[in-house]
Write a protein that binds this ligand. Sequence first.
Ligand SMILES: Cc1cc2nc3c(=O)[nH]c(=O)nc-3n(C[C@H](O)[C@H](O)[C@H](O)COP(=O)(O)OP(=O)(O)OC[C@H]3O[C@@H](n4cnc5c(N)ncnc54)[C@H](O)[C@@H]3O)c2cc1C
Length: 335
Amino acid sequence: MSAPSGVLVIAEAEDGAPTDLSREMLGLARRLADELNDGLGGGVDAVLLGEGLGDSAGELIAFGADRVHMGDGAAYAVYLAEAWMAKLMEIAAASPPVVILTGHTTMGADLAPRLSFRLGTTVATACVAAAVVAGRLQATRPCYGGAAREVLSFKTEPAVLTVKSKSQAVPDRDDGRSGAVVVVSTDVGETCARIVERKVQATAGVRLETANVVVAGGRGINGHEGFKKAQELADVLGAAVGASRVACDLEWCPPSYQIGLSGRTVAPELYIALGISGAGQHMAGCGNAKTIVAVNTDREAQIFQSSRFGVVGDCQEILPPLIDELRKLKSGSKT
Ligand SMILES: Cc1cc2nc3c(=O)[nH]c(=O)nc-3n(C[C@H](O)[C@H](O)[C@H](O)COP(=O)(O)OP(=O)(O)OC[C@H]3O[C@@H](n4cnc5c(N)ncnc54)[C@H](O)[C@@H]3O)c2cc1C
């Protein structure tokens, strides 16, 4: 068995192409691999299992992979831990990495602890940064409900990290890069579990993670009606709708809308926070927005400290005329 080296990225695909987070992880992997090898250029392997992946291998190479292990077939249409684990263990055994990166996603959060257990090593979840300091890997992640950050080092190899979306810069695409593609067998053999039925939740409109504008509602939006208004505003602006945890817990909107420490991370150009107090756990998911506009009845609300523009007022009074005015502007009846 060869000595551990390089970084292995467990990529994910959506609509047949690597996700933005996969690209973010490749950028991080490239930096770590170079640092771990003292600038001599360490290897970055990526593994992608799915169905209908097209030229995803080329994409992964263009964003920093040196070698892509790609399994493309019906057996990988839906994530199944057993099938993924078997292939990942084979890949990790053939060329043991020093670091394994996976997304802090539903799949990554399931895979990472399994992998670290099977490899007899350590996992650090929800990482927002990683670097090599004095030859040792250090990973940073939020702690105490987002109020502080902790820096971890690892006593075992490989270190397994789940990486939060929007925490890393996406590297520039370089179509001139070359790399190897290793075909992963689509024969997953007998598995104890099998997918019996799959229900895909219908999603309409703009995707939260990639939206340029996000309209988010909190407790102050005041129920389902408030979210209807938020959706109307989002439709006029071509925005996605998000929410605070409280609004999701109150079932005013689906749990998938949740933004924050235990929800999704967004980094839009414009974030409109309606009736959201601005707790640290919420801001952990939207603090990287370029411009935050907050509407809140409480002029002392914490959200105003992070906002570029603040409106002290009641969402229910402010939203209807705002939506009307924007509609008029859009239809060109007013300039
Ligand atoms: C471990 C942990 C993880 C967490 N993860 C998350 C997370 O991922 N995401 C998240 O959001 N939270 C998370 N939380 C919860 C977080 O601490 C807050 O409780 C939550 O963000 C508050 O939601 P909110 O702002 O909607 O509600 P509140 O804090 O109750 O704020 C409501 C705001 O609305 C204003 N308001 C009231 N009426 C109106 C009106 N008519 N018009 C305008 N404004 C009005 C009020 O002044 C107030 O500022 C987490 C907490 C913990 C402990």
